[in-house]
Write a protein that binds this ligand. Structure first.
Ligand SMILES: Cc1cc2nc3c(=O)[nH]c(=O)nc-3n(C[C@H](O)[C@H](O)[C@H](O)COP(=O)(O)OP(=O)(O)OC[C@H]3O[C@@H](n4cnc5c(N)ncnc54)[C@H](O)[C@@H]3O)c2cc1C
Length: 438
């Protein structure tokens, strides 16, 4: 007999969305997470914000359901004040606490500090996964599985088939190590930006800075004069973190050839930490208002935007995204542009043809893994082309995919059918009843 109804590999935004929704739908649920915290890139990678809950211009809400509950719980822990333009800023530690509380509330088993290293598949049916930790190896069986590892680990272990990087070329988006800084005098920064529009731009939310960009002329000059070590960026972006005077910065960038190569990641982290400290010192020296700024911390783990993607029943394409495609088997909406941190061209955005107030559908086929009848894939390793993933990976959308996978799993179990056999209309109706926006 299976240990669980559903086992979710990876406790990031997608996995947490799936776990909460699964437990709320009555499934005996477990999450396996290799780090010491839930939240994935939110809490281990210090990504700047929750994007994807709204259209890119911030005018329409396009994700609801379980994602709303996660955000409301975060508010209760004072980890966010909610929407700021098109994103939701947050503080990572409050988010860790709020996620702990929500999994406890719903009785979800969390195998923390546990790496999933293998899977047992019989005749195209997932039976169990192997997890490894201080107690050695353990097998965990389940009726349904969800791969929310970000790296398509489970899908790869089951099928030995996945796509890494840009099709035909193999390169990856650059990695970043965000860092947090405090002690910024926002009033002085706003006044400096008013005087030196050529050097610094700010977007305000009331009397607070929502986001700040140190522009290429200032950055390039400091780099040329060797006062700034930032080899792969020509500007610095900082976003507020809820607390006055505190920002998170995503200026650092490094090329990644193989995300599985421990020695390469080790060198990359070393370089990224060097970039972070150099960036902070540069801000202190060059931008009025940063004189008393200090490093709070850098992210616990490297921020990987894109690594390996599963192959599903459908592969979401670049033209689906840019063309605002609607699908009959829709399970979620996404309005984020293509955002590619290209190692040669820098950060490149391509906006949806319908405009920044528009969205496209995530289809059910792109979260159902081909060749394994009880496995879903969600979040940044969904079944999508490289370019499409560069849009669909944002964390609001990841939670929405998690909600859909969990409800689909509950239907599959109740009807004794496969992931592919789930009646999509019933799935859509249930999702809508639970507040999801399709
Ligand atoms: C620098 C940076 C900035 C970004 N900025 C934003 C932003 O501002 N807003 C936004 O919405 N998105 C942003 N993104 C994108 C976003 O962070 C990811 O796409 C998002 O985290 C996707 O969620 P996920 O749950 O699919 O994956 P992840 O967040 O990567 O979570 C995967 C989880 O699985 C765990 N895991 C992996 N392998 C295993 C295994 N074998 N066994 C057990 N556990 C495993 C990981 O530890 C992790 O907790 C940014 C990304 C980066 C790197």
């Amino acid at each position: 007999m299976a240990d669980y109804d559903i086992v979710i590999v990876g406790g990031g935004p997608a996995g947490v969305g799936a776990a909460v929704a699964a437990a709320k739908n009555g499934l005996k649920t477990a999450v396996v997470e290799r780090h010491s915290m839930l939240g994935g890139n939110w809490t281990s990678g210090y990504v700047l914000s929750i994007l994807g809950m709204y259209t890119y211009d911030g005018t329409e809400k396009i994700v609801g359901g379980v994602a709303d509950e996660i955000v409301e719980n975060l508010k209760a822990y004072k980890g966010t004040n909610g929407q700021s333009h098109n994103f939701i800023p947050f503080r990572p530690d409050e988010l860790k606490l709020s996620l702990d509380s929500i999994v406890k509330k719903y009785g979800i088993d969390v195998y923390i500090n546990s790496l999933t290293t293998g899977a047992k598949v019989e005749k195209g049916h997932g039976v169990s996964i192997t997890i490894e930790g201080k107690a050695g190896q353990k097998s965990v069986g389940s009726k349904m599985f969800v791969d929310s590892s970000g790296d398509a680990d489970m899908s790869y272990f089951c099928t030995r088939n996945a796509i890494e990087g840009k099709e035909g070329e193999g390169w990856h988006q650059e990695a970043t190590l965000p860092f947090r800084l405090g002690g910024v005098d926002e009033k002085r920064v706003i006044s400096f930006a008013g005087k030196r529009k050529d050097l610094v731009s700010v977007v305000l939310n009331g009397d607070r800075i929502e986001r700040l960009r140190v522009l290429p002329p200032l950055v390039e000059k400091a780099k040329t004069e060797r006062r700034l070590y930032l080899p792969n960026s020509n500007s610095e972006f900082l976003f507020n973190t809820v607390r006055p005077g505190e920002f998170v910065c995503n200026a650092t960038h490094v090329k990644i050839a193989d995300f599985k190569d421990a020695l390469e990641i080790s060198k990359a982290l070393h370089d990224l930490r060097h970039q972070a400290v150099s960036s902070l010192n540069f801000l202190i020296d060059e931008v009025e208002g940063f004189e008393n700024a200090y490093l709070i911390d850098s992210a616990p783990s490297i921020g990987l935007r894109e690594t390996r993607r599963a192959i599903g029943e459908y592969v979401l394409t670049r033209s689906d995204v840019l063309g605002n495609r609607r699908f009959d088997d829709a399970i979620a909406r996404c309005g984020h542009p293509l955002e590619i941190h290209d190692p040669v061209k820098g950060v490149v955005y391509e906006h949806l043809s319908g405009g920044d107030n528009s969205w496209y559908h995530i289809p059910y086929g792109s979260i159902v893994v081909k060749g394994v009848d009880n496995l879903f894939v969600i979040g940044r390793c969904l079944s999508a082309e490289f370019d499409a993933q560069a849009s669909a990976r944002v964390t609001g959308t990841a939670m929405a995919m998690g909600h859909a996978a969990a409800v689909a799993a509950s239907i599959a179990i109740s009807k004794s059918t496969t992931a592919k056999g789930v009646p999509v209309k019933e799935l859509q109706e249930k999702l809508k009843e639970q507040g999801a926006i399709i």
